[in-house]
Design a protein around this ligand. Structure first.
Ligand SMILES: Nc1nc2c(c(=O)[nH]1)N[C@H]1C(S)=C(S)[C@@H](COP(=O)(O)OP(=O)(O)OC[C@H]3O[C@@H](n4cnc5c(N)ncnc54)[C@H](O)[C@@H]3O)O[C@H]1N2
Ligand code: MOO
Length: 415
């Protein structure tokens, strides 16, 4: 393939490492503008548009961590039991009271510490007798009391801009005084499958046809990643009509995503269609499965063409598209977390490309071991439904042997 005038890759050369390719594609993709304010209940999975600061300290006031008795530590006899009169009662929600010198206040979890009191005995540790309570020796000053601002001081950063909001972030926003958050607008993604062999799920299978499974995989994954997906159906392997479909999709979308038709066959028209009405900025990556992935711009709108094989779709969406979605939407890319497991298999690979192998986990003598899913073709969908996750074989590795440490990504933590 000829070197394109405006591209950054020599397509014929060594394949580019995933992170470098993603960084160089991202440079050419514009970050979307536009934010909206949403109630916390609608903010899960959205991207924080700006830093969120604590409106007040968390907790806002010093309070008891247990049900028990609040005292001034200075009133306790060193090394001996202390008996104090019970001088008050403070349930959660009550306004703070004064601590009487030489008295103990019956207090409940979350109630404000009485001013002057600094230490709380758990009720299980004391002996109550009428209006007096006997307190054992040995409790440190400050025990079982939570200071104001222990979690966050007023004005402290609670959520950084660019964070993809998780339920725990929303809890922190609520706890620090926010009812709504400013978030980036959703990325609008136009989604196509391509291929003459494809028919809709549920349709009868004529000879040579298969059901389109990539579109529902991609639409579902993209929705989980917070995108607004336009499902635009199946495009035929037709060099004459493909460019028009892509050009129309470029209007009103932030990204066009296709699967299929990006390999080298003469029926693989997607790349040519992009070049006809826009430009490719990258084709082919050092990754297996998923090598023929293509990226470009169509009428200024970012385009990513994934290979047709379903496992290649899964892997490239995760490791190529996902960081690009983050770049487009102004999010911080938080790479999926890998866990270390031991290999239970031997496998040879080519140097100079990263491979993702589907595995199931089992308990070995020294921790978790990864067993390779027996059928590893990039078209084997049951290798995705029947495995626990992916292991990553590094670009430069020549293979893996039993006992080798492996980076494992559970399916459950990927989306
Ligand atoms: N001569 C070569 N052949 C192939 C190469 C190569 O380098 N040289 N690369 C192989 C690799 S690796 C992959 S991956 C595939 C990718 O090719 P395409 O992106 O052009 O994809 P298709 O040929 O259109 O489809 C591949 C495969 O996937 C099935 N498919 C496509 N779309 C869907 C869908 N929506 N749902 C379910 N299945 C789908 C399609 O029927 C094919 O079986 O090329 C290799 N060939
Ligand atoms: O890269 Mo292809 O995805 O190996 O099958």
């Amino acid at each position: 393939m000829a070197q394109l005038t405006d591209d950054c890759f020599a397509f014929g050369g060594k394949l580019m490492v995933i992170e470098e390719a993603v960084a160089r594609i991202a440079e050419r993709f514009p970050v979307i503008a536009g934010t909206e304010s949403v109630p916390l209940g609608e903010a899960d999975g959205r991207i924080a548009a700006r830093d969120v600061f604590a409106e007040h300290a968390l907790p806002p006031f010093a309070n008891s961590a247990v049900d028990g008795y609040a005292v001034r530590h200075a009133d306790l006899a060193p090394g001996a039991e202390t008996v104090l009169p019970v001088t008050g009662r403070l349930p959660a929600g009550a306004a703070a009271a004064e601590a009487w010198p030489g008295g103990a206040i019956r207090i409940f979890t979350g109630a404000p510490m009485p001013s002057g009191a600094d230490t709380v005995f758990m009720q299980e540790d004391v002996t109550r007798d009428g209006d007096r309570v006997a307190l054992p020796p040995g409790l440190k000053p400050g025990a079982n009391a939570r200071p104001a601002g222990e979690d966050l001081e007023r004005g402290a950063l609670a959520i950084p801009a660019g964070r993809r909001l998780r339920p725990q972030d929303l809890a922190l926003a609520a706890a620090t005084g926010h009812a709504r958050l400013d978030v980036r607008r959703r990325l609008k993604v136009a989604l196509f499958s391509t291929g003459d062999e494809l028919v809709e799920p549920g349709a009868g299978l004529r000879p040579g046809a298969i059901h389109d499974s990539n579109r529902v995989l991609l639409a579902s994954l993209l929705s989980r990643l917070g995108c607004a997906v336009s499902d635009l159906g199946i495009l035929r392997d037709d060099a004459a009509t493909l460019p028009g479909h892509l050009a129309r999709a470029a209007e009103g979308h932030d990204l066009i995503l296709t699967s299929g038709g990006v390999s080298t066959g003469e029926e693989d028209h997607v790349k040519a269609a992009v070049e006809a009405i826009g430009r490719l900025v990258m084709w082919r990556l050092a990754v297996k499965p998923g090598r023929p992935v293509a990226a470009g711009l169509v009428a200024g709108t970012p385009f990513i063409g994934l290979p047709g094989n379903p496992v290649a779709v899964y892997v490239t969406l995760l490791f190529v598209v996902r960081p690009l979605l983050a770049a487009l939407s102004g999010a911080r890319h938080e790479p999926p977390q890998a866990f270390s497991v031991r290999s239970d298999f031997s496998y040879k690979k080519k140097q100079g490309r990263r491979e993702f192998v589907r595995v199931t986990l089992a308990h070995g003598p020294d921790g978790l071991i990864a067993k390779k899913f027996p059928r590893d073709g990039a078209g084997v969908l049951t290798s995705l439904t029947g495995s626990d996750g992916l292991v990553e074989l590094p670009d430069d590795a020549l293979g893996v042997a039993p006992g080798d440490p492996l980076a494992f990504y559970p399916h459950a933590s990927l989306w």
